[in-house]
Ligand binder design. Structure first.
Ligand code: FAD
Length: 366
């Protein structure tokens, strides 16, 4: 017989883990269930840039979660290092954006949210021969190294007594008097007090599977494949993140350089293609010719939890009193992570959220 945790998360990517941590810090007993190993899906596959690619082109509801998250990262990362000794490699490497036809909008957005900007430095101009006058440098933008942040979070949660159940796909819930009383996988049934669905790209199909055909709400979350690769370059070849026409380079601390990413609608297919690899390699070589001698050491794909406008669903179910959702963070699950977790925490614990929860509701147009 299992004792019933205060809160149970279905899905242990960055979304579930960050939120679980807030409940654990508040003294709740927490269980996280994942159909694979936690932190191995979209969250593992991502680039870890702590800013949407072109935030001014996106819904303001995204910036509302990004700005407080950016501010929260330094403390979060330091706390994780202190607790676990695992460094998530938070690095303020700055972001150089080239080829901006809407640089006026970019400046207006940066001013509104007090994000520091500057023009490209002379070193950057020498390094990137085709840099344009409209380019914009954001020196304060940071990155994290996804696998390390996830490892550190997992270790921290385990140390705080959070129960992690892996290789357990939840397939069914039992609802009684508008309450979920238990959840069921292929092999086990677990009692629940409060349930959060944080199942990333799988949420769109899992939600109706769990709640049935007559369920009035829908969580329109769908998989959007992203392919990415990493180049083995010596330290010092690149020291800032660079973005051009939706593609980017991210230099890690050890010199390795990530190059991303494709945006493909291919259902749940995670295979990589030679064509995408070549296209990413061409981008990298064209942007930074020095990379021609840097071999590709890994190429992978992940499934972003897409929504129409990239706005996640963060809400309590309107009828089922102990069911909440946090899913659909699309391209910005890390950039929105800490504030997204805080919003869900506030809603579940019935505290007044610091940001307006309306755009993230199940009933909102996503
Ligand atoms: C190539 C690429 C680049 C990206 N770059 C960035 C970036 O630079 N910055 C940024 O902020 N974001 C980026 N992202 C997006 C970011 O990675 C995602 O928004 C984020 O990882 C979503 O996290 P999640 O926890 O919601 O989903 P996931 O990490 O996918 O986690 C969902 C979890 O739910 C589990 N699950 C699903 N169904 C069930 C079930 N029935 N039972 C139990 N468990 C279940 C899955 O196994 C999975 O572990 C990128 C994504 C990709 C693919």
């Amino acid at each position: 017989m299992h004792s019933t945790p205060d809160i149970t998360f279905v899905g242990g990517g960055i979304t579930g883990l960050l939120c679980a941590r807030l409940f654990a810090l508040a003294g709740a007993s927490v269980t996280i269930i994942d159909k694979n190993q936690i932190g191995q899906e979209s969250s593992w596959a991502g680039g870890g840039i702590l800013l949407p690619l072109y935030p001014w082109r996106q819904a303001d509801a995204i910036s509302q979660l990004v700005i407080p998250s950016i501010k929260a990262y330094p403390k979060l990362v330091q706390d994780l290092i202190d607790a676990t000794g695992i460094n998530p490699e938070y690095l303020v490497s700055g972001l150089l954006m080239n080829s901006l036809p809407d640089s006026d909008d970019a400046h207006a957005w940066s001013n509104k949210y007090a994000i520091k900007t500057s023009i490209a430095s002379s070193k950057q101009r020498q390094q990137f021969p085709h840099i344009q006058d409209s380019s914009l440098y954001l020196p304060g933008i940071a990155q994290v190294r996804n696998p390390r942040l996830l490892k550190s979070l997992k270790q921290d949660l385990l140390q705080r007594g959070v129960k992690i159940i892996e290789n357990c796909a939840i397939e069914k819930v039992t609802i009684k008097d508008n309450h979920i009383i238990e959840i069921t996988s292929h092999t086990e049934t677990l009692p629940v007090k409060q349930l959060v669905v944080s199942a990333g790209a799988w949420t769109g199909s899992l939600w109706p599977q769990l709640l049935g055909k007559t369920e009035p709400t829908s969580a329109k979350v769908f998989p959007v494949k992203g392919q990415m690769l990493i180049l083995d370059a010596p330290i010092g070849v690149l020291d800032t993140m660079v973005l051009e026409n939706d593609r980017y380079l991210i230099p890690r601390r050890d010199g390795k350089i990530l190059c991303g990413s494709t945006v493909e609608h291919a259902d749940f297919d995670k295979t990589t293609s030679a064509q995408a690899k070549q296209s990413l390699v061409n981008f990298a070589h064209n942007l930074l010719p020095e990379l021609r001698s840097a071999p590709v050491i890994h190429h992978w794909a992940g499934l972003r939890p897409g929504t129409e406008q990239g706005i996640p669903y963060i809400d309590q179910h309107p009828k089922i009193q102990n069911l909440a959702i946090s899913a659909g963070h699309f391209r910005n699950g890390f950039a929105m992570g800490p504030a997204s977790a805080q919003l869900l925490y506030d809603l579940v614990t019935e505290q007044t959220p610091k940001i307006d929860p309306t755009p993230y509701q199940l009933s909102a147009q996503h």
